[in-house]
Design a protein. Structure first.
Length: 282
C-alpha cells in the first residue's frame, strides 16, 4: 500500500491505472467493520482501490466534535494494509482547503431535513469534499454505507445532477452482534451507554416486522411507536424520528415498501448517534 498526502502525487500515481477500474472509499478514519465491508467491496469490484482518511472540518458545525472526533492513523493504516488497499490518501487540511478557498456545493432542499435541520451546512461540507475527491481521483465507483443514508442520497443526487462519470454504490449497514449500528462514535460510549443505545435499532426492527406483516403503515403511528419504545430507556435524548421518501426526502403519510426511509437521531451520553430502516433501493 502506498500512502500519499499530496493531490498532485496521487493524480500522477493513478495515471497508469486508468486502463483498469478504480474504486474509492472516502472515510474520516478510525475504521470499524462497517468501513472494512466498504473496502472489501471496493477491492472485489475494481482493479485499483483508493481509500481516503480525512476528518473534514467544514462538515462540523459550531459546538460539534471535530477536535474530539476519534483518530488513530497507525491503526487505520494497518487495517488497510491487511485488506490489500492500493492507495491511502490522507491529505492535510491545507492541501484540500488552501488559503482563500471559497467554493462549496449545496444540494438544495435535500440538506434541510433529518440531520440537516440541526447540522447547518453539514451536507454542504460533505458534498464539497466528495466532489473534490471525485475530481482528484476520478474513480469509476465510489462506495458509501447505508447508515449515513441522507449523505448517500445527497451524493447520488449530486453525481446525477452534475453528470459525473462515477457510479455511487451503497453497502448495507454493518451492526454488532446486539444490533447496534457500527460507528466511529460508538467508541465514545461506556458499556452501559452502548446497551442503552440498542433501543434505537430495536425500535426500528420492531416496526419493520409490523410493517412487513401488514400491521402498520400510517406514518404518525410508526413515529409514535418508535418514540414510546425509545423513551422507555433512560438517558436517550431523541433529536428526530422521521419517515420520508427515499427518492426526494419528502414527508409521507403512509409507508411505501419500495420508497421509504425511517430515520432517527438521538444522543446517548452526549454522543450523537443515527440509525435507519430502508424500505426500497437507494
Amino acid at each position: 500500500m502506498e500512502t500519499i498526502k499530496k493531490i498532485d502525487k496521487l493524480k500522477k500515481s493513478l495515471i497508469g491505472k486508468r486502463e483498469g477500474t478504480i474504486g474509492f472509499v472516502p472515510t474520516m478514519g478510525y475504521l470499524h467493520k462497517g468501513h472494512e465491508e466498504l473496502i472489501k467491496k471496493c477491492k472485489n469490484e475494481n482493479d485499483t482501490s483508493v481509500v481516503s482518511v480525512f476528518v473534514n472540518p467544514i462538515q462540523f458545525g459550531k459546538g460539534e466534535d471535530f477536535k474530539e472526533y476519534p483518530r488513530d492513523p497507525k491503526r487505520d493504516s494497518d487495517i488497510m494494509k491487511n485488506l490489500g488497499v492500493d492507495y491511502l490518501f490522507c491529505p492535510e487540511i491545507k492541501e484540500i482547503y488552501p488559503k482563500g478557498y471559497k467554493t462549496y456545493v449545496n444540494v438544495k432542499e435535500f440538506d434541510k431535513v433529518l440531520c440537516g435541520k440541526k447540522r447547518i451546512n453539514h451536507f454542504e461540507g460533505v458534498a464539497t469534499i466528495v466532489l473534490k475527491f471525485i475530481n482528484i481521483i476520478s474513480p469509476d465507483t465510489i462506495y458509501f454505507g447505508k447508515k449515513d443514508a441522507q449523505q448517500l442520497i445527497i451524493i447520488k443526487k449530486m453525481v446525477n445532477d452534475l453528470n459525473l462519470n462515477t457510479v455511487v454504490r451503497s453497502v448495507d449497514i454493518k451492526r454488532d452482534l446486539n444490533g447496534l449500528a457500527l460507528s466511529s462514535r460508538n467508541t465514545l460510549l461506556s458499556e452501559s451507554g452502548k446497551l442503552s443505545a440498542l433501543k434505537l435499532s430495536q425500535s426500528l426492527m420492531y416496526v419493520k416486522e409490523k410493517i412487513l406483516n401488514g400491521q402498520l403503515s400510517e406514518v404518525k403511528e410508526i413515529k409514535d411507536i418508535i418514540k414510546r419504545n425509545i423513551s422507555k430507556e433512560k438517558g436517550i435524548d431523541i433529536e428526530y424520528i422521521e419517515v420520508l421518501s427515499l427518492k426526494n426526502l419528502t414527508e409521507l403519510k403512509k409507508v411505501d415498501l419500495n420508497n421509504t426511509i425511517i430515520a432517527l437521531a438521538a444522543s446517548v451520553e452526549n454522543v450523537r448517534l443515527i440509525d435507519n430502516l430502508i424500505l426500497g433501493e437507494i
